[in-house]
Structures are given as C-alpha cells and as structure tokens.
Unconditional design. Structure first.
Length: 236
C-alpha cells in the first residue's frame, strides 16, 4: 500500500485541510483541481496547475444538517468566505479556500450528478502523518470536471481551468484508459459521449495545445493526447 508524503508541497492544500477537519475528514471526499497531483502517474507529463482551492463533497441532505456542519467547521477554526461573489459553500482556513458541497442539490441549490457515486467508489489514501483521506477516482474526476465545464465554462475551451485539469489528467495518467473501460457504465458512457461531442467541435481541438506547457517536449505529446481522447470517445 502506497503511503503519500504529507510533507510534499504538492499535497499541502489537501493535507492541511484534512488535518484541520479532524474527525470530519472521514466524512468528506476530496475532489477538484487540488487532487490532480494524486492522479498523475506519467513522469514525462506536465505537472498540475498551482491551486489554493480545495473542493470537498459531503453526504448531507437537509439544511439542518448543513447548519450543524457549519457550526462544527467554525469550532475547528474555519471561517465563511465573506468576499463579494464568493459561493455560499466556501470556507477559509490557513489562506486556503475550501468549497464544501452537499450531495443533495436542494440544500444549497447546486450539486453534482456524480458526488454520491464518486464517494462510494473513492479510494482512501494513507499519508505519512497518519491521515487517511478519500480522494476522487480518475473516472469520476473526469465526469465531475466535464459537468463543471458544462455548467460554468460558457463554452470557452481556452480559458477554462476545468478543461485544463481534465487535459492534465488525460495526458498524465497512464492507467486512465483501462480505468474508464472498467468503470461503471454510467460514468464511462457519460465521459465518452461528452468527449465525442467536444471532439466534433474544431474549437475544442484548437484549444488543446494551450492546455499543455509550451515547451517542445510537452507540445509533442499532443498527438498522444488526441489519441487518448479519441479512444475515450469510442468507449460508448
């Protein structure tokens, strides 16, 4: 069993939030851009984009439960983000922004189709400081990011951090094609059909080089990235 180095600066956001959550860490799923470092297995691929944002999902179905969660978070030192435009799910701790999203959409008015299934399928990672944290699996990472791009990306393939994260994982995770082939058919078909739609859009193809680093070695990976995308699109 792999033990992840809690002192690795790439893991700082998740390790810090996990530590500050105390026993609540056992109830949450880590997802979003901050988990990308855990999904990359190809040493030749690009690294993740820097982020101080941590996204969590938690099994909560009522507003009463969410208010109880808020009280617990305040006792643990978390503060609600009062910046203009901040989403109501956002909390702050040690200069990190933490979005804590219930699995039930009626609680805050939004959620992801995939949170519940992703929580059930998530592996538990063990860290050198003793923490054990649930981190979203690669197939569900792709599904949640594709859904997020659909919801907030406004069709902008160039500027979307969600698309950048997806490209980074597809380019940098050796096991992804096998994992998608053996994933639950519902999530596999969603990822495949969504990529099939995007691959039919020339703007999507044109944007892909911009989501790889600009050095020659990274840009030479573009044909491999396209091959992987086409293989995924053909899985349903």
């Amino acid at each position: 069993m792999t033990t992840w180095d809690a002192a690795d600066p790439r893991f700082y956001p998740i390790v810090t939030v996990g530590c500050r959550l105390g026993d609540l860490r056992n109830d949450v799923l880590f997802l979003g851009g901050s988990v990308v470092p855990f999904l990359l297995t190809d040493p030749a691929a690009a690294g993740p984009r820097p982020t101080k944002d941590v996204d969590l999902a938690i099994e909560i179905t009522t507003r009463v439960e969410y208010h109880k969660l808020g009280a617990s978070l305040r006792r643990l030192g978390f503060e609600e983000d009062d910046e203009p435009g901040a989403p109501i799910c956002r909390w702050c701790i040690e200069k990190l922004k933490v979005d804590i999203m219930p699995t039930e959409g009626s609680v805050l008015g939004y959620t992801s189709t995939w949170f519940r299934a992703a929580m059930a399928a998530a592996p538990v990672l063990t860290f050198s400081d003793g923490q054990r944290l649930r981190v979203i699996s690669a197939p569900y990472f792709c599904a949640t990011k594709l859904e997020a791009f659909h919801d907030r990306g406004k069709g902008d393939y160039i500027a979307s951090p969600d698309l950048e994260d997806i490209v980074t994982v597809i380019d940098g995770r050796v096991e992804l094609l096998t994992e998608l082939r053996t994933a639950d058919p519902i999530v596999r078909d969603y990822v495949a059909s969504t990529f099939r739609m995007h691959l039919a859009d020339p703007d999507f193809i044109d944007a892909l080089p911009g989501h790889l680093p600009g050095d020659d070695a990274s840009q030479r990976r573009l044909p491999l990235l396209l091959d992987h995308l086409r293989q995924i699109a053909g899985m349903s």
